[in-house]
Design a protein around this ligand. Sequence first.
Ligand code: C5P
Length: 403
Amino acid sequence: MRGKSVLLIIGGGIAAYKSLELIRRLAERGVKTRAILTRAGEEFVTPLSVAALTGEKVFQDLFSLTDEAEMGHIQLSRSADLVVVAPATADLMAKMANGLANDLASTTLLATHKKVLMAPAMNVRMWQAASTQRNFETLKRDGVLFVGPEDGEMACGEFGPGRMAEPLEIVAAIERALALPGPLSGIRALVTAGPTQEPLDPVRFLANRSSGKQGYAIAEALARAGAETLLISGPVDIAPPSGVKLMRVTTAREMLAACEAALPADVAVMTAAVADWRPDIAANSKIKKNTDRVVPLIKLVENPDILATLGAHPRRPRLLIGFAAETENVVQNAVAKRKAKGADWIVANDVSGDVMGGDRNRVHIVSAKNGKDEPAEDWPDMTKTEVGARLAARIAQYLGHAA
Ligand code: C5P
């Protein structure tokens, strides 16, 4: 990020106050911001506060002679590495989608040949209006990037999509837009996710309720942070995360073979709910209902433990992280599991509620330092996406790759 520059167009919306924080967050990362404040934007934040934070004059007028002498709109649109519109109002989106150019912001957007990232912010009904949705589609087709809007309560008291993305999310989108190396670039990551299916015959199998959501969120967060990420997934019903290499497997033994073939890796995060047992034989043809009413007995044999195998592997990942889904004594069991499987960390969660298949998670991180157990870290209840992002940041810190 350091040394890059952003041209920030601040439109007229209550979310404009968040743009002031965005400027600060960018400055902390060594990014220089120049700002255009629209006439409507000026109703929400003052040119003085924007100038104080950017450390530069604020550009406001298309026909200002001094501005044109110092920097015309063409040059303004070209001098930055990226143009960011936040808040992007319905009006700014409409203007850009239709090529209107009747003020400094819209003229700059028409003249730029740099990537444009928009963070829409408006009332839910304005966002859902057919014309805004049409403009949104047009802009996406034209290559404009978007971050948000998010669902939530808005300043106007209504609830729904239309809230501007939070400044740190916009910063992350800016990083992606500039394709900057993330804190994990150069790192090879392996993630397992989902359940495994252990066949009884061609139509029946043993499985579990794992949705794969947490593992997919972690893989996506690692990739976003720049890691070269391989996700080895059991059968799940969710879309492949972006930027991740996905390999699908069915059984525990296939998953183990895929993991071993993927080594060496710097970090492995084993979130898969691997079946502990499998039927000792998988019949080649469908097992028939017994005519003499004898129920067939299924004999189970133990599956390999993938985490433990990697824990004792000659090419063991530098950082090996296991998961522990527990219904009681969550932390205690996780501490024992960490040692038994030779993992560095265990991410433990209580699955007695609706964690499996849900979108939220409350986890505890169990680790050790110089062979001694560290006190468990209790993370608050958050979305699985947030758990992924926080875990990726902690991994980067551990591997000495923090931003
Ligand atoms: O023993 P338990 O199944 O609770 O351990 C959970 C951790 O071990 C998870 O990280 C899971 O991915 C991993 N595991 C495995 N192979 C197994 C069973 C569990 O890798 N056969």
